[in-house]
Write a protein that binds this ligand. Structure first.
Ligand SMILES: CCCCCCCCCCC/C=C/C(=O)SCCNC(=O)CCNC(=O)[C@H](O)C(C)(C)COP(=O)(O)OP(=O)(O)OC[C@H]1O[C@@H](n2cnc3c(N)ncnc32)[C@H](O)[C@@H]1OP(=O)(O)O
Ligand code: NDP
Length: 293
């Protein structure tokens, strides 16, 4: 779809780029000639991703260990990247999520998700954006949201709330920063199966709804290159007049089956305990690999 030099001269930071969608978006950007920075809390995961993608694409990819819930950690990362040269693009992709009945959420459970998705995305945008403004450099910010920004979604309320806040940031900053040549857009994917999302949203196979590809009008899940292509377009030269938009890429899913987890109202307490235990096992495995956070 794009040539190997569509993104030559572009230097793009993608948060949470070591796994899942972030990793495959990084692959797509590298294939189009961008220099890519990824970050996350697990050094071994980031290192392995860089080795794999650089061998597969021949592109330049670097990692930084960073906890985006901590603004100081973000400042240190962005500062060290700009010392090597300014970024031209930022993709807010890192996120936290788990499925749970809202009545069972503690303040800490809510904060774990809000502080990553809403605060972490905002801190990163602020850290990069203020440098672009000061150095009079144009840039492209793209946040990876979800179609719940339009539909809401039961049983993942903190995620739906926090993603919606970033949708609002997208429209607001597009206006405030347009005069600096900074574009602010977002994408809203439907289901693109990844280990990270499925472990937290359908750990036992009981979270039906969107896990069924038949509920998508296109009768399938998204393919990674499709999402990478949209991200490449939004980071490329040639669409400078496009800003303030959140673009769905979901095979029509949210128009046909808007309430992703509505059917889960029928699960009982034992089902939810089993789901919670499975999520805990997945989170503990990830935690044991963390270098920060
Ligand atoms: C199959 C689904 C198909 C859906 C298709 C629709 C379209 C897809 C839409 C997808 C949209 C978005 C998806 C995503 O964002 S997926 C990203 C998944 N990846 C991650 O979450 C990675 C990061 N995750 C984490 O860091 C952790 O998993 C966690 C979020 C738990 C945070 O870890 P942290 O170390 O900060 O926190 P703790 O483990 O100490 O827990 C903090 C509090 O949270 C409570 N908690 C944890 N799990 C649950 C649960 N299952 N239910 C209720 N509460 C939970 C925990 O008890 C702590 O609170 P307390 O101290 O008060 O007990
Ligand atoms: N998969 C899907 O179907 C959909 C996904 N999305 C969105 O796509 C994005 C990626 O999701 P997906 O790839 O599925 O899930 P993953 O779990 O694979 O990706 C989440 C990434 O975020 C990183 N991360 C989490 N917390 C932090 C933190 N505090 N600081 C730094 N990095 C952090 C994780 O790395 P580490 O743990 O090492 O820090 C991980 O690399 C998310 O924004 C998600 O909401 C949207 C719609 C659909």
């Amino acid at each position: 779809m794009f040539s190997h030099n569509t993104l030559t001269q572009k230097r793009i930071l993608i948060t949470g780029g070591g796994t899942g969608l972030g990793k495959e978006i990084s692959r797509g950007l590298l294939q189009c000639g961008a220099e890519v920075y990824i970050c996350g809390r697990r050094e071994s995961v980031l290192q392995e991703c860089c080795e794999e993608l650089s061998a597969d694409t021949g592109g330049k990819i670097h990692y930084r260990i960073c906890d985006i819930r901590d603004p100081d950690s973000i400042e240190a990362m962005v500062d060290s990247i700009f010392q090597e040269g300014p970024l031209t693009g930022l993709i807010n992709n890192a996120a936290a999520n788990f499925i749970a009945p809202t009545k069972d959420l503690s303040p800490r459970g809510y904060q774990a998700i809000r502080s990553t998705v809403m605060d972490g995305s905002f801190y990163t945008v602020l850290s990069v954006g203020k440098r672009w403004i000061k150095q009079q450099i144009p840039g492209s910010i793209v946040s990876n949201l979800v179609t719940w920004v339009w539909t809401g979604s039961a049983f993942v309320v903190p995620s739906a709330m926090a993603k919606t806040a970033i949708d609002s940031m997208t429209k607001s900053l597009a206006v405030e920063w347009g005069r600096y040549g900074i574009r602010v857009n977002a994408v809203a994917p439907g289901p693109f199966p990844t280990e990270g999302a499925w472990d937290k949203l359908n750990p036992t196979g009981k979270s039906t709804g969107a896990t069924d590809s038949e509920s998508v009008p296109m009768r399938r899940y998204g393919k990674m290159p499709e999402l990478a292509n949209l991200m490449t377009f939004l980071q490329a030269d040639g669409c400078e007049y496009l800003t303030g938009q959140t673009i769905a890429i979901d095979g029509g899913h949210h128009l046909a089956a808007p309430s992703t987890f509505a059917s889960l109202a029928d699960l009982n307490d034992d089902d939810w305990q089993e789901i919670r235990d499975s999520i805990k096992a997945s989170a503990e495995k990830e935690k044991s690999q963390r270098s920060t956070g």
